[in-house]
Design a protein around this ligand. Sequence first.
Ligand code: NAI
Length: 328
Amino acid sequence: MKITFFGAKSYDRESFNRISGQYPQLEMEFREAELSPETAYYIENSEAVCAFVSADLGTKVIHILHERGVKLILMRCAGYNNVDLDTASEFGIKVMRVPEYSPEAVAEHAMALALAVSRRLHKAYFKVKENNYSLNGLEGKNFYGKTAGIVGTGKIGAAMARICRGFGMKVIACDTYPRKDLDFIEYVELDELLATSNLVSLHCPLTADTYHMIDIEAIKKMRNNVVLINTSRGGLIKTEDLIAGIREEKFFGVGLDVYEEETCNVFENHEDDIMMHSTTARLLSFPNVIITSHQAFFTEEALSAISETTLNNAMAYLKGENTDTELN
Ligand code: NAI
């Protein structure tokens, strides 16, 4: 079976090619272009496509995939809010994903952002590089003894909760389905979490219910000097309201690995381009905001797990086996 990869970077090729010998039944074609209504026409004689978080797998693209004879969409990521599952199902196109590749990779990045922003590492790095050893502007805050509020205690949220516990924090959380195994967590309602947490970290998926869950009303409920971290999906936070909250000095720091306008930025080098998104520029202008470009997953261990599960998904499809990685 031929699989056409979209949005394939050098590191994707390397990690898939490293294990390709174990899957002689699979032929892989790598395309750097992102999947979109324009690029979907590139597909030729491929029963499967493999795509990542910033691919467009909306209704139009699914129609084109169907016309091109695609029967299988292999998402090489956990999130699938960019896939029109209903239309895929209508056309009998199976969609599979990698539900878990390294929750710890994402949680460790969330804590890295929290620490960096709260200890002003982003400023310290450049100051020292410029031979400036003054501590002005670098005063941070301890996490030890403070309260961490985890929104969504699935695989990544649970890993983040464990890290926060290790830092000596009290850990509270909210989740539609509280877990009994995380006995060190106190579950509360979102409003209470926002009102009492010194660190709020978002780990729930983007759905109709969670879209813009952090808007100006939610921000007003937060305690002053809170650190807000989002490694989940940009749409959880209403950016305009976040900017308003930052201007009102609500936050000690904000760390974003994802943000609403990221799609045209993610994984691309735009260093010679004029920045077209004023919201991104405004976010970047604040001294207490750190943005990374959807890199929380990006570790050697996670890439290996992604390639292995994706190719195992393709093999399960070929053998007609059911797996818990199917989305429809
Ligand atoms: P998961 O499915 O294991 O956990 C999500 C949790 O959120 C579940 O426990 C669910 O009950 C809870 N939840 C759903 N709606 C909620 C609500 N309204 N309020 C509170 N909790 C709610 O997912 P996992 O693997 O932990 O991933 C979480 C998110 O992280 C993914 O949806 C994805 O968007 C994002 N992600 C980001 C990556 C990155 O590189 N930045 C990499 C991988 C995932």
